[in-house]
Design a protein around this ligand. Structure first.
Ligand code: FES
Length: 86
C-alpha cells in the first residue's frame, strides 16, 4: 500500500510507493538517515514516530518499543500518514 510520511521538523510530506522503503524515499529527498542491515535486524534506523500506525516488519523491537519507534528500513504504514521525528 502506498502511504505518506510527514517530517515533523519541516512538515514536508512524501509519498512512499509500494516498492520503495521509507529510507529510500528520505534519501531521494535529501534526508540522510543512518542504516546498516536494511533488513530489520540491527536497529540502526530506529526512529521515533508521533502519529499514525506503522506496520512493523522488524525482528527486534519489543511491543512497547513498537508503540514509540519504527525501523524505517523495513516498516510500512497501516494509516495513510506516518509522522516521523526527523
Ligand atoms: S538498518 Fe538495520 S534495522 Fe533498519
Amino acid at each position: 500500500m502506498t502511504f505518506q510520511i510527514r517530517i515533523a521538523s519541516s512538515n514536508a510530506v512524501y509519498d512512499v510507493p509500494e516498492d520503495t522503503s521509507i529510507v529510500d524515499v528520505l534519501r531521494e529527498n535529501g534526508i540522510e538517515v543512518e542504516t546498516s542491515c536494511e533488513m530489520g535486524l540491527c536497529g540502526t534506523c530506529k526512529t521515533r514516530y508521533f502519529e499514525g500506525e506503522p506496520e512493523h516488519f522488524d525482528m527486534i523491537l519489543s511491543d512497547d518499543e513498537q508503540k514509540e519507534f519504527v525501523l524505517i528500513c523495513c516498516a510500512r504504514s497501516l494509516t495513510p500518514t506516518l509522522v516521523l521525528d526527523l
